[in-house]
Structure formats: structure tokens, C-alpha cells
Design a protein around this ligand. Sequence first.
Ligand SMILES: NC(=O)c1ccc[n+]([C@@H]2O[C@H](COP(=O)([O-])OP(=O)(O)OC[C@H]3O[C@@H](n4cnc5c(N)ncnc54)[C@H](OP(=O)(O)O)[C@@H]3O)[C@@H](O)[C@H]2O)c1
Length: 241
Amino acid sequence: MNDLQNKIAVVTGAGDGLGKQISLDLAQNGATVILVSRTEEKLKKLKEEIENAGGKADYYPCDVSQIEAVNDMAKKVLDKYQKVDILVNNAGVYFAGSFFDLNSEQAKKTIEVNTLGTIYCTRALVPSMKERNEGQILNVISVAGFEASGEYTLYTSSKFALVGFTEALRQELINTKVKISAIYPEGIRTNLFAGSGGQDVSKEAPNTLLDPKDVSEVAMFILKQAADINLSRIDIRKKIF
Ligand SMILES: NC(=O)c1ccc[n+]([C@@H]2O[C@H](COP(=O)([O-])OP(=O)(O)OC[C@H]3O[C@@H](n4cnc5c(N)ncnc54)[C@H](OP(=O)(O)O)[C@@H]3O)[C@@H](O)[C@H]2O)c1
């Protein structure tokens, strides 16, 4: 397996939850982590936390649903570091409630952040990987990417689209050394639900939720594989007994 020394890794949605854990673990494995999400204060604090632990980090506040902001972030990162080895497309939002109770703004935001955000970041950063013929993309999807539930219609739509994007892009990249993987976790103990403005499912059944650390370990396992091994998709479930 590879270690991640000297790798430059961009993580979106880095300020909280799973993205924060993945960023900490990438840094612990030797990567320089570029932290991306909207809230600068959280990114600044996380950069300090990583540096205090002896790691390397930088941050770029960016709304991944805004193409100009994404392109600007990508340009600044590539100008400064000359390369990106790893892109973790993790930023995501979820609005609780029935499809019929959610409004068009919430529908737009779900697709713009979860689906288009991933597409914009990939479009902005992966051409440089293709040029170098090296790099890895890890898309954080969800079991909602292939299992439909009546409770998450909009979220499910945004994640199903990401499955198609990920699978088709792997075919486009088939004759290159750029790898694309996806993880499909069940519920994770983060603030995704609490921040959704609706029912906080995480509080109702905390024992049924995955720990972000466990999910991040799977992400590290994928990212540390040898150059000729592409772990293309892994779903991660909490065993309840
Ligand atoms: N929690 C779960 O049960 C679960 C299960 C399966 C998959 N997932 C997926 O895991 C990923 C991480 O979610 P999480 O559970 O860690 O949620 P979280 O704790 O709410 O973190 C989401 C992160 O995304 C960032 N973000 C939101 N909108 C953004 C935007 N427009 N531009 C840039 N960053 C944005 C947030 O920061 P700012 O608000 O500061 O921008 C935050 O750092 C998501 O893709 C989610 O769909 C979660």
C-alpha cells in the first residue's frame, strides 16, 4: 500500500463531520490537506489543529455549488501547489421532510451542492490529474445512491445522479492512471441531520449510526492502495446486534 507522504489532497466539506475526520486522517498519513467549505472560521481552526499535531494543511473557503468560486479555488490551489493528487468530493446537504413539504429552493440546493458541487470540483481539478496521468478522486455518496427511501426523495435523487457520474467517469478515465472511487455509507454520526432544519434522526437512534472515524478508515484504505488497484465502490453499514 502507498503512504500519502507528499500528496496534495483537496477535501470538500472539510469543516465538519466526515470531511473533517478524513482531513485529519489524510494529514496524519502525511498528505498536505487543502480544506474546502464555506465557513472560514471552521477551516482555520481545523488547519491549526492539523498543524499542532505536526501535519500540513491549507484552506480555501468556497461554496462548491458556485462554479466561479470552484474554478477560482482550483486555480489558486494549482498555482500554489502545482498539482492535486487526491480530490475527496464530500460536501453535502440534506433537507429533512417529505418531497411535498420541501420547496424549490431546497430542491435546487440539494442538487447544486451534492451533485453539481462534485461535478464542478471534478471538472476544475481532474484535468490537471489527467495531464500528469496520476491522481485519485473519492466521491462520498451514500447508500441513498442506490437504495431509494421515501424519506429522502430529493437527497436520493442527488446521490443517484452521482453514481451515474462516478461510474461513467471511470469509463472515461479507463486508459489513464487516474482512479475514481466512491463510498456509500449508511447513516453517520454527524450534524448533517441536525443541520437539516427537520427531524434529527441521529438523536433518535444513535446506536444505528456509523462513527465518522470508521468511515474515514475505509476512505484511507481506498486512497492508500497501489497505483494499479482501483477500489471502485464500497458500501459501509453499521452492524446492529
Ligand atoms: N451523515 C450521514 O448520515 C451520511 C451518510 C451517508 C453519506 N453522507 C454524506 O457524507 C458527506 C458529508 O456529510 P456529513 O454527514 O459529514 O455532514 P456535515 O457534518 O453536515 O458536513 C457537511 C460539510 O459540507 C459543507 N458544505 C455544505 N454545503 C456546502 C457548499 N455549498 N460548499 C462547500 N461546502 C459545503 C459544510 O460546511 P459549510 O456549511 O461551512 O459549507 C460541512 O463542512 C455528504 O456528502 C453526505 O451526503 C452522510
